[in-house]
Ligand binder design. Structure first.
Ligand code: HAM
Length: 426
């Protein structure tokens, strides 16, 4: 029997990897422009990190973690998200002793034992960024601006930013008693999860996906109704800054996010047309998290976006991706001697940094042309006995469909002149 990949995982195969590379390049570029440095934390961590960080009452910790005992009987968990790990690394590496804020980004696989469906996987990939050590509401806006600008650059359209403030521990006490007061008599009509949340974390009843619970919470007080003065002021400043940088957003007072560490600003970005899993990004402020995992009191804010979901929107919106194949060269050598000479040209071009291929299967010209097409090659250099005798080569421009003969020594000059981005040859 053929062994198949585990449920909820995917092979990222050569046909699709170009789209991943495209996103990864854009991610690194924008992060460096916005002043973020990359961090790579372990794929697995002590289970306690997520229990304390993400929260014991969340679905992620309760139902979705890949947890096992290692051979030393330590409880280990494959990371379900990146924020707790980044905060742990911030503390462990004493980043708090450096000039603040510390701005970090990450890119990599996360693991959640979810019920799989389109857009929801058990191994998926996130691009995330975290700013630690800054409290200013302008930082909240700056983080959302990065997300907005990233989507604009990669060509996504029709996205909606949902914004809310979930308050601080002071507001949380008031929220809790108001919600419990309003829902007390209807408690037994809530779904089982929400009955549990009623005691442990009633705020999370607000964004339960169960239709029955949604009907019961239509008129209940939201997190915005119970904000303290400081949180209200913070939220107003975030909104002002978002308007100042031209970001459209929609206040969604029932969006409270599925992780326990959020305080004040919380947001999600929704995309149309990719089915039920329409959240392509989520994030918010988590001012108590670093302290919760044993570090000094440190404000923090960040986001993470699902790469698979972004790719689904790119596909849906038929966004063309520049794969930088514009400069690719194929050497089509015909005959033993031409192949020997062609191989020399191939290695010279490669030493100059040109993306160059050569048919090594001894195929005829027609099938080499097909090969060039398949590989997205722009220039085919044709070399047969006739060209060899003249110390020349034929250059065929596959996009324009024309060809010309140039001398063997002029290849580099020709490519320098014609390639879109000839910096590689300099
Ligand atoms: P999250 O909302 O759990 O937040 O995940 C962020 C994004 O990851 C989602 O909006 C979605 O695009 C993607 N995602 C989540 N689960 C799956 C899945 N099973 N399959 C495919 N994509 C998925 C966090 O993880 C927080 N750490 C975000 C954050 C960073 N908050 C502050 N800093």
């Amino acid at each position: 029997m053929v062994i198949q990949r585990p449920k909820g995982t995917q092979d990222i195969i050569p046909g699709t990897i170009k789209r991943w590379h495209f996103l990864e390049t854009q991610i690194r570029k924008i992060c460096s422009e916005f002043g973020y440095q990359e961090i790579r934390t372990p794929i697995f961590e002590a289970t306690e990190l997520f229990q304390r960080g993400v929260g014991e009452t969340t679905d992620i910790v309760n139902k979705e973690m890949y947890t096992f005992l290692d051979k030393g009987q330590r409880s280990i968990t494959l990371r379900p998200e990146g924020t707790a790990s980044v905060c742990r690394a911030y503390v462990e590496n004493k980043f708090y002793a450096q000039p603040q804020p510390v701005k970090l980004y990450y890119l990599g696989p996360m693991f959640r034992y979810e019920n799989t469906q389109a857009g929801r996987y058990r191994q998926f990939h996130q691009f995330g960024a975290e700013v630690l050590g800054a409290q200013d509401p302008l930082v909240d806006a700056e983080v959302i601006h990065l997300i907005w600008e990233f989507y604009r650059r990669i060509g996504l359209k029709g996205l909606e930013v949902h914004l809310n403030s979930v308050g601080c521990p002071v507001c949380r006490t008031e929220q809790r008693s108001q919600l419990q007061y309003y829902l007390q008599e209807r408690k037994s009509d809530l779904c089982l999860d929400c009955q549990d949340r009623f005691e442990k974390n009633p705020m999370r009843i607000l964004d339960c996906k169960n239709k029955g619970c949604q009907a019961l919470t239509v008129d209940v007080p939201t997190t915005l109704d119970t904000l303290c003065e400081e949180c209200k002021e913070h939220f107003a400043k975030v909104q002002q800054a978002l308007r100042d940088c031209g970001i459209e957003y929609r206040i969604n007072p029932k969006m409270v996010r599925g992780l326990d560490y959020y305080q004040r600003t919380a947001f999600e970005v929704m995309a149309e047309g990719i089915g039920a899993q329409s959240a392509i990004c989520g994030g918010g402020r988590y001012d108590g998290l670093v302290e919760e995992i044993g570090g000094p009191s440190t404000p923090g804010i960040g986001f993470a976006m699902g790469i698979e979901r972004i790719l689904a929107v790119l596909d849906k919106q038929k966004v063309a991706i520049d794969n930088d194949q514009e400069n690719k060269v194929l050497i089509a050598a015909l005959g033993a001697q031409a192949r020997q000479e062609g191989f020399k040209i191939l290695s010279e071009l490669r030493q100059d940094g040109v993306s160059a291929l050569m048919d090594l299967m001894g195929r005829g010209l027609k099938s080499q042309m097909k090969y060039a097409d398949r590989e997205g090659v722009r220039y085919v250099l044709i070399l047969g006995d006739e060209e060899l005798a003249k110390d020349a080569i034929i250059v065929r421009d596959m996009r324009l469909g024309d060809q010309s003969e140039i001398s063997r020594g002029a290849i580099k000059k020709y490519l320098l002149k014609n390639m879109k981005n000839s910096k590689y040859l300099l």
